[in-house]
Design a protein around this ligand. Structure first.
Ligand SMILES: Cc1ncc(COP(=O)(O)O)c(C=O)c1O
Length: 374
């Protein structure tokens, strides 16, 4: 048993001494926020790294989501997934929008594009899919339906930093995509987020909205919000970006090791990575079904007894929380796959500093239990 808890994730931190010169610069200039020099540099560096043309940084991913919906003037119903972090749909409620849940695909765990059309009504305005665990949605099927019904598409790409498909960044799809740079994400700026914009005009609109709608000292063009990223987070992000490829490579090793060690355990299924896109190994979800010796919660508890703190992402479903449970689309018969997956899923620890020994210990407990007679 580990003497120190092994959490589901552990943030990457740059060497402290490398961060000090950035702080000295901030102290020297006294520019702390409002689109300062590090903010500008990070936007440029991220455009280069992610291979996108326009990015607007935010204080966090939730504000980015809320602002994206405002920027597109979405009103009415928005089709989305119940299998996500609550921020996805909370951003809809904060904009006075009505979430309409559609079930997920059993393989990708993303919004099932085949079920989208039946959820469209005359008041449907947009679709907000999530690239869950960084696995890309069926972007072409979603685009086809969105074009047919004239719907806007906002991707919650909070998990999908750096993911690329054959055509380039996964973030280029839809009208807008948002990222989260929260401490638990593959690339973190302590707290942070971004909107990926298709053109300079949209970026300008978003930039105004994230700064109270202010254009200049005398002009306010919209009821904006304060969504700005500060200089300390932006500087931190610049340093993090230097190490993000190494961090993803280390995560990849953990992912490969788990897949190897968990192969063939009855009742344990590792979620397949997409063969049409690169992966960022942001999570390691497994499904625990009735062929395993313990229930999902039994395995969760067993790991916890060994100081291994796996997480049930995403359980409960968003549609089960009180502010959503009365929606017609929250009915269990509408969300059979999502419900099953949320009752079976367990995310195992994965982060760049997870050692081989720790990874073997986690997998070893899952395997050892699996070998016990039912
Ligand atoms: C799918 C998803 N959407 C949105 C968010 C919100 O991002 P933030 O925590 O940066 O506000 C998160 C994570 O935190 C997330 O996992």
């Amino acid at each position: 048993m580990s003497d120190k808890p092994v959490f589901v994730t552990k943030p990457d931190l740059p060497p402290l001494e490398e961060f000090i010169p950035y702080l000295e610069k901030i102290w020297e200039t006294s520019i702390l926020t409002n689109g300062g020099p590090f903010h500008k540099q990070l936007e440029k560096a991220l455009c280069d790294y992610l291979q996108v043309d326009h990015i607007a940084l935010f204080a966090n991913g939730t504000l980015a989501l809320m602002t994206a919906l405002k920027a597109l003037k979405v009103s009415g119903e928005v089709i989305t997934t119940p299998y996500s972090f609550v921020a996805t749909t909370h951003a809809l409620l904060w904009n006075g929008l009505t979430p309409v849940f559609v079930d997920i695909d059993p393989d990708t765990l993303n919004l099932d594009a085949k079920k989208l059309e039946t959820a469209i009504t005359p008041t449907t305005a947009a679709i907000m899919p999530v690239h869950c665990y960084g696995n890309p949605c069926d972007v072409s099927a979603i685009k086809e339906i969105a074009d047919k019904y004239n719907l806007q598409v906002i991707y919650d790409a909070a998990h999908a930093f750096g993911v690329r498909d054959q055509g380039g960044s996964i973030l280029r799809h839809g009208d807008l995509s948002i990222l989260s740079f929260h401490a638990t994400k593959v690339f973190n700026t302590l707290e942070g987020g971004a909107i990926i914009c298709p053109d300079a005009e949209t970026k300008q609109r978003v930039d105004h909205l994230k700064n109270f709608g202010i254009v200049d000292q005398l002009t306010v063009v919209a009821a904006g919000i304060n969504g700005k990223m500060n200089e300390i987070c932006a500087a931190f992000g610049l340093l993090q970006l230097e190490n993000v490829d190494d961090a993803i490579a280390s995560r990849r090793k953990v992912d490969e090791m788990y897949r190897e060690l968990l192969r063939g355990i009855p009742g344990i299924q590792c979620i397949e990575l997409s063969d049409r896109a690169s992966a960022n190994y942001s999570y390691f979800p497994i499904l625990v079904d009735e062929n395993y010796v313990l229930s999902r919660d039994g395995l969760y508890d067993r790991l916890k007894q060994n100081n291994i703190l796996a997480r049930r992402y995403f359980y409960p479903l968003i549609s089960e929380y009180p502010m959503y449970s009365r929606l017609p689309s929250s009915k269990t018969e509408n969300l059979a796959v999502s419900l099953r997956v949320s009752e079976q899923v367990l995310c195992l620890p994965i982060y760049s500093a997870l050692t081989d020994v720790e990874c073997r210990e986690v997998a070893g407990i899952v395997a050892e239990e699996g070998q016990r007679l039912r």
